[in-house]
Design a protein around this ligand. Structure first.
Ligand SMILES: *Cc1c(COP(=O)(O)O)cnc(C)c1O
Length: 492
């Protein structure tokens, strides 16, 4: 049994302001070898501050240690398994970083003339083609900056096509298992949202769908595999029902890690979808950094894609701005270029068979976790799962311990928590997605931790209810932390 907590994550570090003492510097400059100029005289007095109140003055080693120590407070994928379901937190291979730092790519400027940007444009064209091949779609835009942004772009494309056909329609259908961004997207694109219930098996109920789809429905937005990690086995029939009534099928492709190299949405009736390069294609998540949510479409939607489009004339790449039916730009320049380079590096480093292998391993890992844990945690939907598995806390809840408590206790075992309380159709959900990048050793440690917590709940529920015990702070007021964060240091 693992009892060890992670003390190196709990080291205290004061604010940088509290280390400050007047006159300390973290730099050394050589002797001036030109005449000194007065800053106020050169720049104008209004542009020069005499002092920045409370600005910390520290030495170089203090600056380095301060930020290095702070970095250890964050859990990271380079530190251990990050089983956040629906997020596909996979390892970011270092080859991606090497390629993205290639001088010609890293220093390219978005205003560089086309003649001097041919390499960067070829990289983007190559990625568009690869994503079209992987998804089975006809055209791809790389502009959207994240998954939710891709959703909005995709639904605006549907609206533009339907408007051209004479009627944008009124409603978007969304299953009750959907990610929260889906209804938000539909509403921002000006559509009413109609929720459709899942069947007892946790998948789309096509006979119910056939009753609901009418001339007011613009599209169905569906995640496949859905947020239970279950493949929508009736997806082809769903597409047919929609198409017969002139409606479209939008696929939220955030779960493509379960399909790449195995099945292509373009082949099972999807008209438009987004991908999350920061999930499926291993580019870093968040940390304030950019993501990318390319959108892939069938031919009928191609004329509406955001401008400019990459176009090849002879041997040269050019940007085509003259696209009359385009929905316009959705992002400055051409998308988050550095992220696009990383995703292409990942795709080319794996090759087709490698990408397929990653999918098979991602599914194997999730199925293995399910098998090992189903004796300890309740499994509300027993359909075969793909890349993630959703348990409920119903057994532990009888002893007063809930999914949030179990997640907090997992921190004491050195793991990032799984996704808590999502999807909403599972009461007290524990949503676990290991991804293919975890080996058996790491996954076995995770399983051991989960089993150990299940046993603790039977003998000492209070221990779990008050976790974590090995961190710098334990339970914080999560609502106040989100609504009233203290972000400003006030000089004493
Ligand atoms: C992550 C996710 C999104 C949103 O993607 P972002 O890149 O975070 O905007 C949408 N749908 C599903 C199913 C997701 O898992």
């Amino acid at each position: 049994m693992i009892k060890k907590v992670t003390p190196h994550l709990s080291q205290n570090e004061r604010l940088v302001f509290e280390r400050s003492s007047p006159g300390k510097k973290a730099y050394q400059l050589p002797e001036l070898d030109v005449p000194a100029v007065d800053a106020a005289e050169a720049l104008g007095a209004a542009n020069v501050r005499a002092e920045i109140e409370g600005f910390p003055e520290i030495s170089e080693v203090e600056a380095i240690r301060h930020f290095t120590r702070l970095s250890t407070w964050n859990y990271a994928i380079d530190y251990g398994m990050y089983p956040l379901g629906s997020c596909t937190m996979k390892y970011n291979p270092r080859i991606n970083e090497v390629v993205a730092r290639t001088e010609a790519l890293a220093w390219a400027h978005p205003y560089q003339p086309e003649a001097l940007a041919q390499g960067s444009m070829a990289v983007m064209a190559h990625l568009e083609a690869a994503l079209a091949e992987i998804t089975g779609m006809d055209a791809v835009t790389l502009q959207p900056a994240a998954g939710a942004h891709g959703e909005l772009t995709g639904i605006l494309l549907i609206r533009a096509l339907l408007e051209k056909r004479g009627n944008p329609r009124k409603k978007i259908l969304i299953p009750d298992s959907a990610h929260g961004t889906n209804p938000a997207t539909a509403a921002i694109a000006g559509y009413a949202v109609q929720n459709i219930p899942s069947s007892a098996k946790g998948v789309l109920d096509v006979s119910a769908l056939a009753q609901i789809v009418d001339k007011d429905v613009a599209a169905l937005m569906v995640t496949n595999p859905n947020t239970l990690g279950v493949f929508e086995e009736n997806i082809i029939q769903a597409a047919e029902i929609l198409h017969k009534k002139g409606a479209m099928l939008y696929m939220d492709g955030a779960n493509m890690n379960a399909l790449v190299g195995i099945a292509r949405p373009g082949d099972f009736g999807v008209d438009v979808m987004h991908l999350n390069l920061h999930k499926t294609f291993s580019t870093p998540h968040g940390g304030g950094g950019p993501g990318a949510g390319p959108v892939a479409v069938k031919k009928v939607l191609e004329p509406f894609l955001p401008a400019p489009r990459l176009k090849r004339t002879g041997k040269k790449w050019a940007y085509d701005y003259n696209r009359k039916r385009s929905i316009g730009r959705v992002k400055a320049y051409y998308g988050n270029f550095g992220v696009l380079v990383r995703a292409l590096a990942y795709i080319l480093a794996h090759g087709g068979p490698g990408l397929r292998n990653a999918t098979v391993d991602a599914v194997l890992n999730a199925v293995y976790i399910r098998k090992q844990l189903e004796a300890y945690y309740d499994l509300p939907y027993t359909q075969a799962n793909m890349h993630e598995v959703v348990f409920s806390d119903s057994r532990q809840a009888k002893l007063g311990v809930h999914t949030g408590d179990i997640a907090k206790r997992l921190i004491d075992y050195g793991f990032h928590p799984y996704t808590v309380s999502f999807p909403l159709i599972v009461h007290g959900a524990l949503m676990i997605e290991p991804t293919e990048t975890e080996g058996k050793h790491e996954i076995d440690q995770f399983i051991e931790a989960m089993i150990s917590i299940a046993r603790e709940i039977e003998t000492d529920p209070q221990l779990v209810k008050t976790a974590p015990h090995g961190t710098r702070t334990s339970r914080v007021d999560e609502v106040a932390a989100a609504r009233k964060p203290v972000l400003r240091w006030k000089p004493a």
